[in-house]
Design a protein around this ligand. Sequence first.
Ligand SMILES: OC[C@H]1O[C@H](O[C@H]2O[C@H](CO)[C@@H](O)[C@H](O)[C@H]2O)[C@H](O)[C@@H](O)[C@@H]1O
Length: 615
Amino acid sequence: MPGQPSRIEDYALIGDLLTAALVGKDGSIDWLCLPRFDSPACFAALLGDEDNGRWRIAPADENGPYSQRRYRDDTAILETEWETTRGQVLVTDFMPCRKTGAPSLVRIVEGISGTVDMRMDLRLRFDYGRVLPWMRRRGGALTGTAGPESVWLRTPVRPVAHGTAHTAVFPVTAGERIPFVLTWHPSHLAAPRPLDAFEALRSTETYWRRWLRRLTYDGPYRDAVARSLITLKALTYQPTGGIVAAPTTSLPEEIGGVRNWDYRFCWLRDAGMTLEALLRSGFKAEADAWRGWLERAVAGRPEDVQIMYGIAGERRLTEWEADWLPGYEGSRPVRIGNAAAAQRQLDVPGEVMDAIHLAIGCGLRPRKHLASLQAVFLEHLEQVWSEPDQGLWEMRGAPRHYTHSKVMCWVAFDRAVKLAESHARPGWVERWREVRDRIHRDICEKAYDPERNTFTQSYGSPELDAALLQIPQTGFLPADDPRVIGTIEAVERELLQDGLVARYSVGTADSPDGLTGGEGAFLACSFWLADALRLIGREDDARALYERLLELRNDVGLLSEEYDPRARRQLGNFPQAFTHVPLIRVAYELDRHALDARREDPKAPPGGPSGAKEG
Ligand SMILES: OC[C@H]1O[C@H](O[C@H]2O[C@H](CO)[C@@H](O)[C@H](O)[C@H]2O)[C@H](O)[C@@H](O)[C@@H]1O
C-alpha cells in the first residue's frame, strides 16, 4: 500500500556515528532522528505512514521499476540501483562522519543509462511525526522550521509544495549526478555551511574503508562479520563512546502486538557483549572509548548503578507513549524512553566484569581506579545477589530468582577473583572466592531439575530459558557436564520454533513477563544455541544452524531482534546489536574449530565440513 512502511527486512541502515537513518528498498527514508540517536524523529513513517514524515527519491514511473541494492564494499554507503524501461539510475545514500559541523544526510542521483524521470517527495515532520514545520526558501535552500529545530535541503532541483509535501519530478541522464543534502541545524542560528556532496562521499568512503582495515577475521564468514562490525560501529555514539542497542523504537516483537520498546539507549549488558565482539575483531579504540563511557556513566553510589543509560550517560529515560502514531503495521503503543532503566537486573555486573576482564586480557591498560571501583561494586553485589530481580529479559511481572542472573553474579565474582589473582590482592580474593562458591552451590541446589535434567528459568519454576545456553560459555560448568548437556537438549526440545529458539514460553500460566500476546524466535538465543552445540561437540549441527541464521539476514546483511519463521519476516528493533554480536562471536568460534580440525587433518576443507564460503 503506498505510504505504508516497508517490511523490516526491506530497510538498510546509514549513519554518521551520531544518529542513523533507515532507507527502504522503495527509496524512502522512513526513520531519522536528528541530531542524535535518541532525538525526536523528523521522519517517522516507519511507525505510521508517509504523513508521519518521510523522504523518498525513486523513479517517477511507479509501475514496474525494479531496484537492487548493496553497500559500497566495507562502508556504510548504500547504493540503490533502479532499472526502468527508459534507463538505469543509481541513488547513493550516506551520512558523512564528521567531527564538527551540522549532521547531514546526502543522496546523490546518478544517471547510468538513458534518461529517467525521478520523483522526490519530502514530508518533513518534527517530534515523531506530530509537528508540521513552516517550510520556506532561504538562501537557495528549502528550509523547515518549528521551535528549536530547522532542516535545510540544498539541491539544484526545485521542489514545489503539494499540500504538506514538497515534491519535484526531474530527469536524470546517463553521466549526470544530482546531489541532495539535508542538514539539521538549531533554528536560532544562521544558515549551516553548505556541504560538498561529492567531497563528502569521498571522505565517507575513505573513513569506513580505513576503519575496517583493522579487522582481524579472515575466515569463511568474512562478509557477514564485516557487515556486522560496520553495523555495531554505526550504532556507536562517537562523542561519548556509548553504544545503542538499536537505532529504532517500537518495531514490534509481534505484528499488531504490544511488545514495542525503545532501544535507542545504552544497555550495559548489550554494550559489554559488543565490547567483546569489537575486541575479538581488533577494534581496541572503540572498546577503550566504551570503557571510558562506562566509568563516567556508573560514577556514584553502587546502589544507584542502572542497567542502562542514555548515550551520554543520562539516567532519566522516562517511558511514555506517542499516542498520535499508529505504530508499525498497527502495533501500538509506540513507546519513547524505557522503564526498564529502573529495573534491577542482577546479571549486569557480571556482564560488565566479564567485558572488563576480557579488555584487560586483550591488552587494554587497567585504569588506576578500576580496582577500587570493582571492590565497591562487588561489596554491593554481595549484599543483593540472593534477592529476586527482573532478569535479562526485563520481565515486567513480579521479581523472581532468575537462574541466568545468579549465574552472572557468579561470573562477576569469578572474574574478580581472576583479575585479583593476576594483580596479587589476596585479601579480597579470599572473600570473593567464598561468595562465588556460595552462589554456585545455591544455583546447583535450587535451579536444577534432576527429573528433567535441566536448569530452569527461575528457582522453583518449571519454565525453561534460552539464556541458560550461555552457561558453558561463562565457565560456570564445563560443556561436558551432564546438566549442561541436559539443559541444551531441553531447550532444543521445548523452545524451538521451526528450528529457531524462543527465549522462553510466552503466554503460559507461569510466564513471568507480565505482557499479552506472543513474539518471534529470538535471534541472539539462536546464535547462542549454535555456540552451545559447538561447545558440546555437535559441530555439524552448530554450523548448520549458524548458516541457516546467516540466511535470515536481509539483502544487505542486517538482522533485527527476532524472526517469525511462519511469516518469514524479521521482527523487533532493527538492526540490533544484541543479534549481530553473537553472529560475530560464533563465526570466530566455528572458524577456530575448523582451524583446529585442519591442523589435525590437513586434508580437511577450509571453512569446516561444509566448506562454506560467503558469497
Ligand atoms: O521484550 C521485553 C523487553 O524488551 C526489551 O529488552 C530487550 O532488549 C534489551 C536491549 O537489547 C536487552 O538487553 C534485553 O535483554 C532484551 O530483553 C525492552 O527494553 C524491555 O523494556 C522489555 O521489557
